[in-house]
Write a protein that binds this ligand. Structure first.
Ligand SMILES: N[C@@H](CCC(=O)N[C@@H](CS)C(=O)NCC(=O)O)C(=O)O
Length: 202
């Protein structure tokens, strides 16, 4: 397998999951601004939307959409420790969180993180919406160590997105449980390894 990624982008969640399940994979770094891979290929030829994450499987088929890729990767582990067994309540909870993070958090950050032309008023509205989401997450994480009970791909995804707060100067100090969860996820050996491999930790 080959994961096309950009350091610290949403592809980090899939990167973490690949490491957590012990998959064998190569990393291909993408320059999102220039739409090129580190080998100089035109990334738009590989991923017409220009988005990471993109996962190329052994049969060379190419797949996108982080939430779907996270489910696929979690299922590579026969014990399905990161997602729960099909049909179980645990799995439903993980899928709920993946969908929530994808639609309510990830895309809440995106307009002002990636597109500098976004108007200030839109940025303010996105910031206010994120504050509501963080308050909700803080309450959930005051009752549970991880989003869906046990550590899952939802935590890898949530960690990746909430981590953008650092880049955008959003302090997490008013969300102590969210902050503690970020530290808990960050401390996992495979999360550390992924951060290091992306050049985000020395
Ligand atoms: N719907 C896609 C969105 C992926 C996405 O937003 N990727 C960002 C990085 S986090 C990207 O590649 N942006 C490049 C661009 O907007 O040109 C998913 O959930 O995987």
């Amino acid at each position: 397998m080959k994961l096309f990624y950009a350091p610290g982008a949403c592809s980090l969640a899939v990167h973490i999951a690949l490491r957590e399940v012990g998959a064998t994979f190569d990393l291909v770094k993408v320059d999102l601004a220039r739409h090129t891979t580190e080998a100089g290929a035109n990334f738009l030829d590989i991923s017409p939307r220009g988005y990471v994450p993109l996962l190329e499987l052994a049969d060379q088929s190419r797949h996108t959409e982080g939430a779907a890729l996270l489910q696929y990767v979690a299922d590579l582990d026969p014990a399905r420790a990161l997602i729960g067994q099909p049909g179980s309540r645990e799995r439903l909870a993980v899928l709920e969180w993946l969908t929530f993070i994808s639609t309510e958090l990830h895309k809440g950050f995106s307009p002002w993180l990636w597109h500098k032309e976004t108007a200030d008023s839109t940025r303010q509205a996105a910031r206010a919406k994120l504050a509501t989401r963080f308050t909700e997450l803080d309450a959930v994480l005051s009752r549970s160590d991880f989003l869906a009970g046990a550590y899952s791909v939802a935590d890898a995804y949530g960690f990746t997105i909430v981590n953008w707060s650092n880049l955008l100067g959003i302090p997490l100090t008013t969300y102590p449980h969210l902050q503690a969860w970020m530290a808990r996820v960050a401390a996992r050996p495979q999360v550390q390894a992924a951060l290091r491999a992306e050049g985000l930790l020395s």
